[in-house]
Design a protein around this ligand. Structure first.
Ligand code: NCD
Length: 325
């Protein structure tokens, strides 16, 4: 039976029952929304739960709006917290900020921050439920889950045995870290592809291999996942020689055709056109990025719903039927 944690920080915080529950629920929610079904009851219409969206000092288009859209579709009451104009700027601590939100009735908080493991201090004493929307270089679990869902919908009837090549700045990408923990659980292989300075060396995860050669990876994989260079997280400005990077790791439609590999192209967005991907590839029908965005809303609806209602205390509260979003 699925049971969700109070703080959802990393993929490792949930197990197979939770992941499978989310995949199934996302599919149900998607079909309900797509059929424009009116009159369904959402969990939030019958509770007073309040959600806070707190995106700390980080730019975001997709994740922030995706959570906002998910909350709207759920009919949830939510408040947006703007860290840039908040009392954090007057020196208030994060804990005090959270306690303030809690005092206002917030039950669950969607949280993004530039610090890796920024949620960890709250793991054992959480003021409310927390969902990680990307913490520095650490993890981005909701992105990995929406990617997995998209792979099952768009590309693979069976995940087992498939190889996903994640190309680019794997070391500094939280998306890559979450995917490396998630996909091997389904018998998939993850190939991390990039120059040495962009490959993590410290952690050897089961089902994850490294590859320095883009073309070798393209020939081996079933799906290419293209990462943006995370310059905002580079400690050294000389880490990258951009022209040689594009030459060795950029992906163009022409190049894929030359290699005879017209395979799905994923990106968490934003993509830098002309760097990791060219205009022809991003405009081609190989590019799945916009379907990832669409599915992200449904997956985040499922995650919010599960976090609010499926936990150890009230695991039976939500029947999971299609009319109980
Ligand atoms: C990613 C992120 O913020 O980690 N984007 C996203 O959430 N859609 C990837 C990135 O910024 O490159």
């Amino acid at each position: 039976m699925a049971s969700f944690p109070t703080v959802f920080e990393t993929i490792n915080d949930i197990g197979m029952p939770e992941i499978n529950w989310l995949l199934k629920r996302t599919k149900e929610i998607k079909s309900l929304i797509k059929s424009d079904s009116l009159g369904f009851q959402t969990f939030f219409q019958t509770t007073n739960k309040i959600v806070a969206c707190t995106f700390f000092e980080e730019h975001s288009t997709r994740t922030k709006l995706s959570f906002t859209r998910a909350l709207q579709l759920l009919g949830a009451k939510f408040i947006n917290f703007d860290s840039g104009t908040s009392s954090l700027k007057k020196g208030e601590s994060l804990r005090e900020t959270f306690l303030t939100l809690k005092a206002m009735g917030v039950n669950i908080c969607i949280f993004r921050c530039p610090q890796s493991e920024g949620l960890s201090p709250f793991k054992h004493k959480a003021p409310f439920k927390l969902i990680n929307a990307g913490d520095g270089m650490n993890e981005h679990p909701t992105q990995a889950l929406l990617d997995l869902f998209t792979m099952t919908e768009e590309n693979f009837d069976q995940l087992e045995g498939k190889t996903v090549a994640i190309v680019g700045d794997c070391l500094h990408s939280r998306v890559s870290h979450s995917l490396s923990r998630l996909l091997p659980q389904f018998g998939m292989k993850v190939l991390l592809v990039g120059p040495e300075e962009f490959l993590p060396v410290s952690e050897q995860l089961p089902g994850v291999e490294f590859c320095r050669d883009r073309d070798e990876a393209i020939k081996k994989c079933d799906l290419l996942y293209l990462l943006r260079i995370q310059t905002e997280r580079h400690r050294r400005s000389d880490l990258l020689e951009i022209d040689s990077y594009i030459e060795r790791y950029g992906v163009t439609l022409d190049h894929l055709k030359k290699l005879g590999r017209e395979i799905p192209l994923y990106s968490p967005g934003p993509a830098n056109i002309g760097v990791e991907i060219d205009e022809a590839a991003i405009s081609s029908n190989l590019f799945v990025g916009h379907r990832q965005v669409e599915n992200g809303v449904y997956m985040r609806m499922a995650i919010i719903e599960a976090m609010c209602s499926l936990n150890k205390e009230n695991v039976n509260e939500l029947p999971g039927g299609i009319r109980t979003i």
